[in-house]
Design a protein around this ligand. Structure first.
Ligand SMILES: [Zn+2]
Length: 418
């Protein structure tokens, strides 16, 4: 059944053209939207009252498994570098996760995504203590709240051959049933045999790999010492850059030659400004990487507008970034999903913004309003695959207080194990 949005100020996410009128929104995956000539007497109607309506947002790289870490106790000692941040914090957490904790993580992230106007998450999951069925648990929790997804399990040699093989089994079991990616942690924890098996699996399932690349300089140093080449060269030789679905997260410490390899490949780059700042690993420079770049939150939060503003401000230090260029980079993920025919990001994924502008608002300056004014507190309602999943800042598809209470119980269990 169609949903009718009465009196919407529709902003086309591609052209930024404004149209005021009634919209008909198809229900279901891949559904469309169109101006409605008239609203049927018994139609399902949402009155927008002239509010802005535009395409919902997508998080290009997330770590749902980190959701219970907020406010957790400090690690045994202060990490001195990026690898120690992984060893002392994130690998200590992900090894302890069990099914109940993973489910709470996914529910919390889905709630926050819905509140922030996001209807699609590309996630990179790790739970070496409980790999089996972990991706299905996440998928079901996101489905229940109405968040579409492209998931993967983080394959790595960091926990030995048993954990590696369990990760491969989980990846294969998931890809047999759902679209997804083949996750790899990073070059420095992935041996040649695993890289080869992962790329082979991605080929078999006609998908790509999703890997952290040169997030810290140590990834490159390890690759040169262990494999005698740069990370991008290693991935290229293994065939990991051939798929148009391949995602390379971070790409901070690439040489000019590596940038050329990435640009000439089919892979996409995901930029995570706030995580880079949090880990003090360096600043992203898009130079020489081409234009297949979009943005992620890397587990920091589920707020695309906040991530876009951070990326925009960071861009000023890297030679300048126009509001329109930042807007386009935030939106580029829709092209990635469409090019790879990944379901869940049709035109019937919409956000209704309650944003009374204090200055004139036009198609030309909408990106400027987004960088300096619009924030997730203006997200009034969210439509996912043609269904309203959040309205008046209330998530409809979950008992929010119940989900949060359960998450606090699971977080306490996790923290006691750290
Ligand atoms: Zn990441």
């Amino acid at each position: 059944m169609s949903l009718y949005l009465r009196d919407a100020t529709f902003i086309d996410w591609r052209t930024l053209e404004f149209t005021r009128g009634d919209l008909e929104v198809d229900e279901g995956d891949g559904g469309g939207i169109r101006l409605a000539e008239e609203i049927p007497a018994y139609g399902c109607v949402y009155d927008c009252g002239g509010r802005l309506v535009t395409k919902a947002f997508v998080i290009g790289h997330h770590h749902i498994y980190s959701a219970l870490a907020r406010g957790m106790p400090a690690p045994k000692r202060t990490p001195r570098n990026f690898v120690e941040i992984l060893e002392l914090i994130w690998w200590n957490i992900d090894r302890k996760l069990d099914a109940a904790m993973i489910r709470s993580c996914a529910q919390v992230v889905a709630l926050e995504a819905a509140l922030h106007g996001c209807t699609f998450i590309i996630d990179h999951h790790a739970s070496p203590g409980a790999p089996s069925d972990s991706l299905h648990i996440i998928a079901e929790a996101l489905d229940e709240i109405g968040i579409s997804h492209l998931l993967c399990y983080e394959l790595s040699d960091r926990d030995g051959a048993g954990a590696r093989d369990a990760g491969l089994r989980e990846t294969e079991a998931y890809l047999r049933q759902r679209p997804g990616l083949v996750g790899l942690h990073a070059s420095f924890t992935v041996k040649d045999e695993l890289l080869e098996r992962a790329v082979g699996m991605a080929r078999d399932f006609k998908t790509g790999v999703h890997i952290h690349v040169a997030e810290a300089a140590s990834d490159e140093e390890h690759c040169m010492a262990e494999h005698g080449c740069t990370v991008a060269e290693r991935l290229e030789r293994a065939g990991a850059l051939e798929s148009t679905a391949t995602l390379l997260a971070h790409c901070l410490h690439l040489t000019p030659a590596e940038r050329a390899i990435v640009q000439d490949s089919n892979a996409w780059v995901v930029h995570n400004t706030q995580s880079n700042q949090n880990n003090n690993v360096g600043r992203f420079d898009p130079k020489g990487l081409g234009d297949r770049i979009f943005i992620g939150t890397d587990g920091m939060h589920s707020d695309v507008l906040a991530a876009t503003r951070a990326m925009y401000l960071e861009g000023q230090a890297a030679g300048g970034l126009a509001p329109l260029a930042a807007y386009r980079r935030m939106r580029r993920v829709h092209d990635y999903l469409e090019a790879n025919r990944i379901p869940g990001d049709g035109e019937n994924n919409l956000v209704i913004l309650d944003y009374p502008p204090p200055t004139p608002l036009t198609p030309e300056n909408f990106p400027g309003h987004m960088m300096y004014g619009l924030s997730s507190r203006h997200v009034h309602a969210v439509i996912s695959d043609g269904r309203v999943i959040m309205r008046d800042r209330q998530v409809l598809s979950a008992d929010v207080s119940e989900v949060l209470a359960e998450a606090r119980v699971q977080a306490q269990r996790l923290w006691e194990m750290l």
